[in-house]
Design a binder for this molecule. Structure first.
Ligand code: MRU
Length: 352
C-alpha cells in the first residue's frame, strides 16, 4: 500500500516536508519549508498541490511561520496569527480545503491562552489533527468507493487526486488502491491534464510505483476512448463542492463529464468532507483561479504558442451536479438530488 507522504512534518518537526511535485516524474526530491515565504511559494507554484494537501500544508505552515515569534507580546502575536493565516489563505482561491484548514487553526488559536508558546503548541496539535483526519478520510473514501470498482474495471481519471494530492492515499485514487489491494484487476487511463500535466507527471508516477496498470492519454483522447467502449467509469477529485453538488475541479473535468454523460458512463467525484462548502450555493459562485499565461505558452520549456497570442488559463472548471452520478465522501456515497446543507451534517447512514 501507499507510503507516499506528500506533506508532513520534517523529522525534527521545525519545517513542513513536502515532495516537490514540480520535479516529478523525473526526480524525487523532498523539501523542507521553513519560512512563510517558502510555504506560500510552494503552494503557489504547485510544489505542493491538490486540495487536501494544500489545506494540510497551510495548517502546518502556520505553525512553522509563527514559531519564530513566540517572544512577541501576546497582543502582537495574536495579530501575527491572523496575518499569517490571511497570507497563506490568499495563495490559491479555489480549493476550499485551504480556508477550511486556516479557519480551524484560527479557532484553535482563539481558544488557547494568551501565551504565544502555548498558542503555538495548540496550533501544532491542530495541524497534526488536520493531517491525521485527512489520512483517515482518504481511507474511508476508499472503502466507500470500493463497491463502484468491479474486477476488471477500466477507470478514467483527470488531473491527480491520489496520494500526492493529500496526506493519505488520495481521494479519486483511494478506491483504486483498495481495489487493487483486494486483488481486483483495475486499469487506469490518466488524462495528461494540460497545461501542467498532473495526470501524466503525477498520476502515472504514483500508480506505476504502486504496480497498478496506467495508460496516459492526451486530454483530447478521452471522448473517443469512451465511444470505443474502453472506459467503464470515470472518477475525479474536487477542489470545492457547492451546496447543490456542483463541483469545481481541474480544468477539463467538465469536458470529461459531458463526454461520460453522452456515452452513458458513470461519472464519480471523490472528496473528503473538508472539500464540501455548504456556504457556496452553486458552482457559479466559486472563484476560479486564473494562472500565468506562460504555463500554456511555454510551461515546460519551448514555446508552444506564439507570444503575441492572448492566453486564457483558468486552473479549474465547474461540473454541474446534473452530470455527476454520485459523490463519494468519507461519509458515504451521495446521490442526487444533492443538498449539502450547512446543518445538520448528513450522517453516513443517511447518505449511504
Ligand atoms: O492545481 P492542482 O494540481 O492543485 O489541482 C488539483 C485538482 O484539481 C485535484 O483534482 C483536486 O485538488 C482534488 S485532489 C484530491
Amino acid at each position: 500500500m501507499q507510503t507516499i507522504r506528500a506533506v508532513d512534518w520534517s523529522s525534527d518537526g521545525v519545517a513542513v516536508r513536502i515532495i516537490d511535485q514540480r520535479r516529478l516524474p523525473g526526480e524525487f526530491v523532498e523539501r523542507d519549508l521553513a519560512t512563510l515565504d517558502e510555504i506560500c511559494d510552494a503552494i503557489r507554484t504547485l510544489a505542493v498541490r491538490g486540495a487536501p494537501a494544500i489545506g494540510v500544508a497551510g495548517a502546518m505552515g502556520m505553525v512553522v511561520a509563527l514559531s519564530a515569534f513566540t517572544d512577541e507580546p501576546p497582543a502582537r502575536f495574536r495579530e501575527r496569527v491572523r496575518s499569517v493565516g490571511a497570507t497563506i489563505r490568499a495563495t490559491r482561491p479555489t480549493a476550499v480545503n485551504l480556508p477550511w484548514a486556516i479557519d480551524r487553526m484560527l479557532r484553535a488559536a482563539a481558544a488557547s491562552t494568551n501565551s504565544p508558546h502555548v498558542i503555538v503548541d495548540a496550533l501544532r496539535a491542530e495541524a497534526t489533527s488536520i493531517r491525521d483526519e485527512d489520512r483517515a478520510m482518504c481511507e474511508r473514501i476508499g472503502m466507500n468507493g470500493l463497491p463502484l470498482l468491479p474486477d476488471g474495471a477500466r477507470v478514467l481519471t483527470h488531473c491527480n487526486a491520489g496520494a500526492l494530492a493529500t496526506a493519505g492515499i488520495g481521494t479519486a485514487l483511494a478506491p483504486v488502491y483498495l481495489a487493487a489491494a483486494a486483488g481486483r484487476r483495475i486499469e487506469v487511463f490518466a488524462d495528461e491534464t494540460r497545461p501542467l500535466l498532473q495526470g501524466s507527471r503525477l498520476t502515472s508516477w504514483e500508480l506505476t510505483r504502486a504496480g497498478i496498470p496506467v495508460t496516459v492519454i492526451a486530454d483530447n483522447m478521452a471522448a473517443s476512448l469512451m465511444r470505443a467502449g474502453r472506459i467503464d467509469l470515470c472518477i475525479v477529485g474536487a477542489d470545492r463542492i457547492a451546496r447543490n453538488g456542483d463541483v469545481a475541479n481541474k480544468v477539463g473535468t467538465y469536458g470529461v463529464a459531458v463526454a461520460a454523460h453522452h456515452h452513458g458512463i458513470p461519472f464519480y467525484v471523490a472528496a473528503p468532507w473538508s472539500t464540501f462548502d455548504p456556504a457556496t450555493p452553486h458552482g457559479g459562485a466559486i472563484e476560479i483561479e486564473q494562472r500565468n499565461a506562460d504555463e500554456i505558452r511555454c510551461g515546460f520549456g519551448p514555446l508552444t504558442a506564439t507570444p503575441e497570442a492572448a492566453v486564457y488559463n483558468p486552473a479549474f472548471d465547474v461540473t454541474p451536479s446534473a452530470l455527476i452520478t454520485a459523490i463519494v465522501s468519507d461519509r458515504g456515497v451521495h446521490r442526487p438530488p444533492y443538498d449539502f446543507a450547512p446543518t445538520p451534517l448528513p450522517t453516513a447512514a443517511a447518505v449511504a
